[in-house]
Design a protein around this ligand. Structure first.
Ligand code: ATP
Ligand code: MG
Length: 227
């Protein structure tokens, strides 16, 4: 299916494990030409290639802490630039960045100067109990960021990515102890971020226990607002 009529510059907010990555892949199937950028995926690629940023980020991520605002902002804005997305016509989707108020301000400065500020922020609201159940079952294909859940959407063949046939892996930060820290970090930083986007008039939310319940609501919302 095609893109919405107006360019969509979307930020998905939500606790770790709320399903930002899953909603992203579902949206990509509907809207060709929407470019996804996930800060977590970018970082995992840096770690895999053992770049300087990757080596630095590895320990911080493993502890469930956040990277410095300037570093992560530089990484994501650089990616937006390299992919030629900082213009008024491109449609893209951010997942995992910005996640603090300073990051939101850094990004906004750049976007506004290029007439490409965020025009939609959607918070995915999933009960914490559901998230905790989900996380132990999550496997990822690092090069693409594809996510599998052993209960809800298992890979066709166990331990193997459906598209490339490459091995899946467990994120080292998806264990109960580190996961709780990530949840806490999210809860500590999200309120100022939400007020910031609320004041800009772009904040919305969709609620549900599963990604299949959330997705139609998200899609409806985007279609109504952008077509
Ligand atoms: P999920 O992928 O389940 O939604 P998450 O949002 O915690 O969970 P990622 O977005 O994949 O996970 O990020 C993994 C880790 O990378 C974070 O715990 C953090 O250490 C680092 N990270 C990612 N994005 C940012 C950011 N915007 N600011 C600071 N650190 C970040
Ligand atoms: Mg993610």
């Amino acid at each position: 299916m095609s893109l919405p009529l107006r360019p969509l510059r979307l930020l998905l907010l939500g606790a770790p494990g709320a399903g930002k990555g899953t909603q992203t892949s579902k949206l990509l199937k509907h809207f060709t030409g929407l470019t996804p950028i996930s800060s977590g995926d970018l970082l995992r690629k840096e770690i895999q290639t053992k770049s300087e940023i990757g080596n630095y980020a590895q320990d911080i991520i493993a502890k469930g802490q956040l990277l410095p605002d300037s570093l992560i902002s530089g990484l994501v804005i650089n990616e937006l630039n390299n992919r030629n997305l900082l213009n008024k016509n491109s449609s893209w989707l951010l997942d995992g960045f910005p996640r603090t108020l300073p990051q939101a301000k850094i990004l906004n400065e750049d976007l506004v100067s290029k007439a490409s500020d965020l025009n939609l922020v959607v918070e995915l609201k999933v009960p914490e109990r559901v998230i905790l159940e989900r996380i132990e079952n999550r496997w990822v294909h690092v090069p693409s960021g594809r996510i599998y859940n052993l209960q809800y959407n298992p890979p066709k063949q166990q331990g193997v990515d459906d598209v490339t046939g490459e091995p899946l892996s467990k994120r080292p930060d998806d264990n109960a102890e580190v996961f709780q820290k990530r949840l806490n970090a999210y809860n500590e930083t999200v309120d100022p971020l939400k007020s910031y986007y609320k004041d800009l008039g772009v904040l919305h939310s969709v609620e549900g226990e599963t990604s299949d319940i959330i997705f139609p609501k998200l899609l409806d919302f985007i279609q109504n607002k952008f077509n």
